[in-house]
Ligand binder design. Structure first.
Ligand SMILES: O=C(O)CCC(=O)C(=O)O
Ligand SMILES: [Fe+2]
Length: 330
């Protein structure tokens, strides 16, 4: 049984050493899992250090991302995500409203993911994420760099999920059954500086929670990611060299009956002079995975706060809601 413990109003997000994922002792893994558990109960956000991903792989990703966003707008729009049934490609600034009722976000983004093999059970159904990415002709090396980054993120994602499972007193491989054919997306992001003057709630990315399983974020040195603690204060997730920021999506909230938090966060690039670049890896259960409250997260007499949902339907609904296509699709 995972007892309910009220979240603490932390002002700093913890840095967790995940070196045990490379074959550390049982004790090191237990300590990491205990730290993951505290972080998930408090904010659902933590940094991972000692993750084993080479700095050069991360630097190459950022360099290629900068080259991509520097392409002429017409080249980027030639890869418009709106034309991809798989949600792969470019999304221009002003297309997504993450915080309902606020102005559209300032960010622009580019989504890509793994290429399904022929005969892949989900690809045959043409479901979102289970299809080819779109790559710019003008940057022939980009695909290789990004696929290497994606492979590293996937490996780290499996490791982080094993720690989350341990933190819930489950077998380390517990989540693997929901990730046989995961929905995996890297979203490259560019945030321009906040415009000067008062612009209401205009932000790089409006306050939102992530929709899926876990998110692993690489950010450059500019900063601007903020996380809402339980007291309603915005806590800075400042860049810490050599780390990634991990946060839980809504499905972990559903699995744990909201013991583990899928927390509000937002991005404000407060630097007047430079763009901010980040890369979010969304690692979500496979499309048909049924997400419902884990029995170990339900105390006697407690009822699930959410009905069961499938991973794919939930994420598709959130895409529609935040890009204004909900009515058109309904
Ligand atoms: O760029 C960031 O720091 C956060 C991005 C984010 O929250 C998202 O894409 O869901
Ligand atoms: Fe997010």
């Amino acid at each position: 049984m995972i007892p309910y413990r009220p979240p603490q109003a932390v002002r700093e997000l913890p840095v967790i050493d995940v070196g045990c994922l490379a074959g550390g002792s049982g004790r090191a893994c237990r300590e990491a899992a205990a730290a993951v558990r505290r972080a998930c109960l408090d904010t659902g956000f933590f940094y991972v250090a000692n993750h084993g991903i080479e700095a050069e792989v991360i630097a190459a990703q950022f360099a290629a991302s900068r080259r991509f966003f520097a392409l002429p707008q017409a080249d980027k729009l030639a890869l418009d995500q709106a034309r991809s049934p798989y949600k792969r490609g470019y999304e221009p600034p002003g297309r997504q409203v993450l915080d309902d009722g606020s102005p559209a976000d300032l960010k622009e983004s580019f989504r890509f993911g793994p290429t399904p093999t022929a005969g892949h059970p989900y690809a045959q159904r043409r479901l979102p994420t289970y299809g080819p990415s779109q790559w710019p002709d003008a940057l022939p090396g980009m695909r290789d760099v990004m696929e290497r980054y994606l492979a590293e993120m996937t490996r780290l994602g499996d490791g982080v999920l094993s720690l989350v499972a341990r933190s819930l007193e489950l077998e380390p491989a517990f989540f693997a059954g929901f990730y046989r054919h995961p929905m995996a997306t890297v979203r490259l992001l560019r945030y321009p500086p906040q415009p000067a003057g008062q612009h209401g709630n205009l932000l790089g990315a409006g306050a939102h929670t992530d929709w899926g399983g876990i998110t692993i974020l690489a950010q450059d040195e500019v900063g601007g990611l903020e996380v809402c603690n339980v007291a309603g204060e915005w806590v800075s997730a400042r860049p810490i060299p050599g780390t990634f920021v991990v946060n839980l999506g809504e499905m972990l909230g559903r699995w744990t009956n909201e013991r583990y938090r899928s927390n509000l966060h937002r991005v404000r690039n407060a630097r007047p002079d430079v763009d901010r670049y980040s890369a979010a890896f969304f690692y979500d259960p496979e499309y048909d995975a049924r997400i419902e409250c884990l029995p170990s997260c339900l105390a006697p007499g407690e009822t699930p706060r959410h009905p069961a949902c499938t991973s794919g339907e939930h994420i598709a609904a959130m895409h529609r809601r935040t890009t204004g296509t909900a009515k058109a699709a309904a």
